[in-house]
Design a protein around this ligand. Sequence first.
Ligand code: FAD
Length: 444
Amino acid sequence: MLPKYDYDVIGVGFGPANIALAIGLAELENKMSCLFLEKNKGPSWQSNMLLPHSDIQNHPLRDLVTPRNPRSRFTFTNFLHEKGRLFEHLNLGMKFPFRTEYEQYVKWVAECFDDIVNYNTEVTEIRAVLDEHNSVPHYRVMTRGNECFTAKNIVVAPGRTPYIPMVFQDHKDDRIAHLTHYLPVLNRLNNSGELKHIVVVGGSQSAVEIALHLSDELPLTNISLVTRNYGLRMKDVSPFTGEVYFPEFVNRFFSADSNEKERLKRELHHTNYSSSDVDVLDELYQKMYLQKINGEQRLKLVNRAEIDSINCNESDITLNIISKHPNEMMRLQADFVICATGFTDLGVGEGKETHPNILDGLVSNFDFNDEGFLDVNLDYSLKPNKRSHSLGMCFLNGLCESSHGMGDAGSFSLLSLRAESIISAIISNDMPARGFSGNSAKIG
Ligand SMILES: Cc1cc2nc3c(=O)[nH]c(=O)nc-3n(C[C@H](O)[C@H](O)[C@H](O)COP(=O)(O)OP(=O)(O)OC[C@H]3O[C@@H](n4cnc5c(N)ncnc54)[C@H](O)[C@@H]3O)c2cc1C
């Protein structure tokens, strides 16, 4: 009997996670039919934060494919070779390439898959449905343009949900933006009037990069970097802690109990969060010092500060801040507030989500763990509950830091191996139906 769905696999989102998956599927000996749905107009990678001079945070060879298949034509090295820049790039002596160049690499790979990607296509709903004979359960994916696609398996990779602190959540004001919207909002506000004071909230790499960028772009604007911490911290870049981005760490973290997971998360937090690389910290410190010498301190760090409440009115946004150092209330008036406050993880409580919103219509088919959030297998598939046992597989690609550890969400490092895990799971699940031989499951 012919399958009653359009594709073997539909991928939701075509950022690095699903681009790595597309490469893996293309390098299979036995092809599967697949389609990727992407809401952006074309290929991109975190384009709203593409700041001049910023560099990437991962080893460039831990790209979209090298750790899985170093001989692939989609490696960063081959990109440089095909662009005729390999020797010049190596001559730069940069440990971490410019983000602009890496974005070009991501786009260059994505463009090779134009025939299997629908851009300008935002997925609004995913449901489990039966075919017209009520016999073959599969996934139905609906888009904002009311298109409908069906697939046996689905790989959900929309990127992590931006985290906006509670105090800002009730204020829908277009002068308050998460870092993932930074450049377009800055351009709009800057074009519509003078920006006298901008507040950047957070103590992350992005917060520091934004403060530096603002002070370059708008040298006459006052910029306050507001953080709960005493100082801006350096990333933990010890090679020993760097092993959290090894595949072995994923297995170790996944099999740890919840107490051990919490302990590891606390210990390893500053490998990626609330911390920055030393080059941008030095640059910021020196810039502030130079402004002090010249008697025009426009860049300020507001430390040990908790934003208690905010008021938005036509002329500006007032932030009421409890300063712990010394203990007093202070008030900042801003024309633009950027929340460089990170992303949510699967979990329960402030800054967590039990499932990504995009799965609202689907989650009743899957198990939740004892803590109350979606239960994920080691191969990134969700665990179907009893009534959904014959449904194809649904994977979370890039959203599993809570279960799989640091290397999962915030990094390129394991993208290609994660794609391999997902493809192997689809193949193993499909083998009897497709009559695959063991050999044909090999990825190039
Ligand atoms: C500013 C910034 C810099 C970073 N720099 C680095 C770095 O240097 N090195 C590193 O390892 N990691 C970095 N990261 C982490 C980075 O997020 C990941 O490395 C990588 O982008 C994750 O890929 P992804 O595909 O999971 O998510 P994303 O890159 O977020 O891609 C998700 C895609 O899904 C699409 N999408 C979302 N919802 C829908 C929908 N409903 N329908 C259709 N499409 C949808 C989005 O438009 C997007 O294209 C950075 C993150 C940020 C925010």
